[in-house]
Design a protein around this ligand. Structure first.
Ligand SMILES: *[C@@H]1O[C@H](CO)[C@@H](O)[C@H](O)[C@H]1NC(C)=O
Length: 276
């Protein structure tokens, strides 16, 4: 009898051990079509999978490149709408400083006070507010943009530096904004849900004393569901030094990204959305 009990305890320990294996975006698969993130072709050497959490909810998902201190991509559901977001501050990610810290995005000042640490420690594995100060011709570009979210909290949650890349100011305010607002509104007509993945290809230049990479390209992919099944998809890509966005098919975008990540084959929606 005791032997059986021991066996059961042992078995349940093994089971627990097994279930603790953490897979990427385990707690926020809802931001990916069918719960499946892009394949690992985009993964940097030093990745962090962030389920962006703010005010008691997950808001979107970000794959972060710790070495280059920029996101690889943010993934979210397209839900443009109303809401206020006083963005007088920027958030950073406590869990990137220490895995034991909070999984809620927070301001630098809050983190300094709560954990008694310095700004330098906060900036070890991620960009901080001062990295983006005094930029010339570049501005903070959101991969999950405020204009694709609704409600105060969802909008506010886009103002975190793990969702930001240094983006060409003219592109950001020009052709990219036009794509985000007009092209997306037109293309998503008739879609019940649209899953979006927006990313940045690392470039050769850095800002802030070599701390933060300036991407060479910004891209975005969308998969539109009719009733439940994907009905159409598309992609867009821009060089980060020109005011021009090229709208292409999903397949063409994946090919383009496969060239920009040499030796890799990029699959964004696990083959599930129309490529043509
Ligand atoms: C905020 O985002 C979440 C996750 O995408 C969504 O479920 C929720 O409906 C959004 N809230 C509002 C007010 O749009």
């Amino acid at each position: 009898m005791l032997g059986l009990l021991l066996l059961q305890v042992l078995a349940s320990c093994l089971w627990l051990g097994h279930s603790e294996v953490v897979t990427p975006f385990d707690s926020c698969p809802q931001f990916f079509y069918a719960g499946i993130p892009p394949n690992d072709a985009l993964n940097p050497n030093n990745p962090a999978w962030i389920c962006q959490h703010f005010s008691n909810s997950f808001r979107y998902a970000t794959l972060y490149d710790i070495d280059r201190r920029i996101p690889v991509y943010s993934a979210y559901k397209y839900q443009p709408g109303f809401g206020n977001s006083p963005h007088l501050w920027w958030f950073v990610e406590p869990q990137l400083i220490n895995p034991a810290y909070s999984k809620d995005m927070a301001t630098e000042m809050y983190i300094e006070k709560t954990y008694h640490i310095t700004l330098q420690q906060i900036g070890q594995n991620q960009a901080i507010t001062q990295d983006y100060q005094n930029l010339q011709g570049l501005d903070r570009g959101q991969l999950c943009p405020i204009v694709h979210q609704s409600g105060d909290y969802n909008k506010t949650a886009t103002f975190t530096l793990t969702n930001i890349v240094p983006q060409n100011s003219i592109l950001l305010e020009g052709a990219w904004k036009e794509y985000e607002k007009k092209t997306m509104a037109q293309n998503t007509q008739g879609c019940t849900t649209t899953y979006v993945i927006t990313g940045a290809v690392p470039g050769d230049n850095y800002i802030s004393n070599n701390r933060v990479n300036v991407p060479s390209h910004i891209w975005s992919a969308a998969c539109c569901l009719g009733d439940e099944k994907p009905t159409k998809a598309w992609g867009a890509i821009a060089e980060n030094n020109m005011n021009e966005v090229t709208v292409i098919s999903l397949g063409e975008l994946e090919e383009e990204l496969s060239k920009l990540y040499p030796g890799k084959t990029v699959t964004l929606f696990d083959d599930a959305c129309p490529r043509e």
